[in-house]
Design a protein. Structure first.
Lengths: 382, 382
């Protein structure tokens, strides 16, 4: 058997699927534990989904190099790194953040394999068989860290296919160049919708943001439920400077009609927005887990998880990243879900009988969240 | 004795001097401990020194409402509050931050006494006598939390009195209105100097920033040694947009000569900047502690402290705030010095024989930094 063939039927202890923030972060914990039989499988490059952000888009959580005083950089995926320090900015672009992840990979010398597309994950004996574009991998444990940005929710209503999902926009500037002097309709008014509106208004276009809830009106202590301060402040400042943004709440879009190059965005109560510019969908992402859907139970669209973020029906398969949820609380930001990397790693290390003392540091540094009762906003209004 | 007279000779367990970020923060810990015989003495209003910032100036550390996931808001002074949530912005003005502090005072119902100017602090028996503008207070312990913004370093070289210290500027816009079309010279190129230059350039003025070290050229993991990402990024963007800012490093200003309304800022090696606009001093603050200087030993301008931030020569007198330093590391930002509030409170509670279990929560929430060995930047370059 040549080494090429050997690679094609290789056996691992842990396969991490996708080298994004979650895959790199959980991979770094396994490196700290001294695991050698594991790999991070990535179809494209490290941080590929960040690289695909519209070029004007920025991380909404601020980075700050405060590690040495017990305050982790909110966007760090390891205990010892800081995107603020690496990139010297608070709100990096997706491309810059991918650079940071690449830096972490190099610093921790993580076993990344790029160009490996995982096509299926099947149970086999006490583990899993992964069919990939470069061969078959057998792995005792699988950590699914594919994020959600791979599956845009771009068919939420009839006619949505005539629109463009914001995650498919390379740059708002290029998109705006294609637009004519007519309003641009953005469907969805949470982070990405407001971000699109701000970028387009900044480029001189009139924008209608249509949303059922109108999250821009609300405040609350959890930034996954209301606009982040970054977005909220930019919106407020734009409106104070008479940016041509109209915020339309209480309207659920029911369909988009197209006739002779004119788009008619039809909402509840007969609301209608007519424009000759292609509507933008800022409708978020599918809640499913793609090819591993069958390995999870779902409840209200959320994968059910054990206390160690494992599948409840497919032992040995773990979830890492923004789709982790417990007690109705979504761990959808880096500073939230990174606290579960060590929980997953701890469980796997236990089963592999690997020394786990190195994880004490994760506890000390607030990167090992076991007690889930605390995951509820508990702040006063100041 | 009338109650008015009684107040004039009152006795306290703890007197906290000045209701700024440190005074309010350490006061909240004493409230949590259930202390009733203490007061926070403040000459003006809560957060007065923040209120005096130039109106364009912003906090350089970003606020974010991440409390419920184990990441304290960097600018919070208590475990349960977040300026980001209270103010809905990342980088508040000084005035907004003072509002936040006022909110904390109200929420925790802290015993603030405004309009009380502490004129002297003298040892007396086992405690201290404080002479104040409203009477005499005897206190067993004193926590000096006066910050450093009260003592601008505005006489660093001959002729400096012809300049204006940036901390005395109410707004850069009003200052700029008084300027003529001639460059503005800013002496000092750290945070406040660059902030002044950015604000003045934004208002259309040509600015020379003169500094010996030129901190804008350096990077490092500790934002107290290099420009913060907030300032660094704004400077970079301004220069990319051809803002009229000239950065002159390697020049130590030796004096300012004034003749017929013309200011000549003279530096090392014959460097000279001549302008008809009043130079701006961004030369920071005095390192002394004002009226309690005599109660501390000083070493290279830093007050020496016990492991509990007490004076080494005047037992019972503690320091809280940006002038706390250990191992050559300055606790000069809120996210740094707030971790010492509970250390001071713990020591006082021990001596008063007060139950301290409530302080466990401070340990859990990274607001109780005892092990000072960790206060060294320990990050990799990513």
């Amino acid at each position: 058997m040549t080494s090429e063939e050997a690679r094609k039927h290789e056996s691992l202890n842990v396969a991490i699927v996708v080298a994004g923030a979650a895959g790199v972060g959980v991979g770094a914990v396994l490196a700290d534990l001294g695991l050698d039989s594991y790999a991070i499988l990535e179809r494209d490059d490290v941080g590929a989904s960040f690289q695909q952000w519209p070029e004007e888009m920025r991380l909404i959580t601020p980075s700050f190099p405060s590690n040495s005083f017990g305050c982790r950089d909110l966007n760090a995926v390891t205990t010892d790194t800081s995107p603020a320090f690496a990139l010297d900015r608070e709100h990096s672009t997706g491309g810059e953040y991918a650079e940071y992840l690449q830096g972490v990979v190099e610093f921790h010398d993580l076993p990344i394999r790029t160009g490996v597309d995982v096509e299926s994950v099947q149970r086999h004996d006490d583990g899993f068989i992964l069919h990939t574009s470069t061969g078959v991998i057998q792995s005792r444990f699988v950590i699914w860290a594919a994020g959600q940005f791979e599956q845009p929710n771009d068919d939420p209503f009839p006619g949505a296919n005539h629109s463009l999902h914001n995650s498919r926009v390379e740059s708002w500037s290029a998109f705006a160049d294609e637009c004519i002097e007519d309003p641009i309709v953005v469907v969805g008014g949470y982070e990405s919708g407001i971000d699109a509106a701000l970028a387009l208004a900044d480029l001189g276009h009139e924008v209608f943001v249509v949303d059922e809830d109108g999250s821009w009106q609300f405040r609350g202590p959890d930034p996954s439920e209301v606009l982040s301060p970054y977005t909220s402040q930019r919106l407020r400042e734009a409106l104070e400077h008479d940016a041509p943004i109209a915020l339309e709440d209480g309207i659920r879009v029911e369909r988009v009609d197209v006739e002779e190059g004119t788009f008619d965005v039809i909402g509840t109560d007969g609301a209608s927005f007519t424009t000759r510019n292609q509507p933008v969908l800022a409708t978020g992402f599918e809640s499913g887990l793609g090819i591993v859907d069958e390995h999870f139970e779902f409840e209200s669209g959320q994968p059910r998880l054990t206390d160690q973020d494992g599948s409840t029906i497919s032992p040995g398969l773990f979830l890492a990243g923004p789709q982790v949820a417990h007690n109705g609380q979504q761990f959808c930001s880096i500073y939230k879900f990174r606290q579960r990397f060590a929980v997953v790693a701890d469980e796997i290390a236990t089963r592999l009988d690997v020394d786990r003392t190195v994880l004490d540091e994760y506890r000390e540094k607030n990167m090992f969240l076991e007690d889930l009762s605390c995951c509820e906003p508990d702040m006063c209004d100041c």
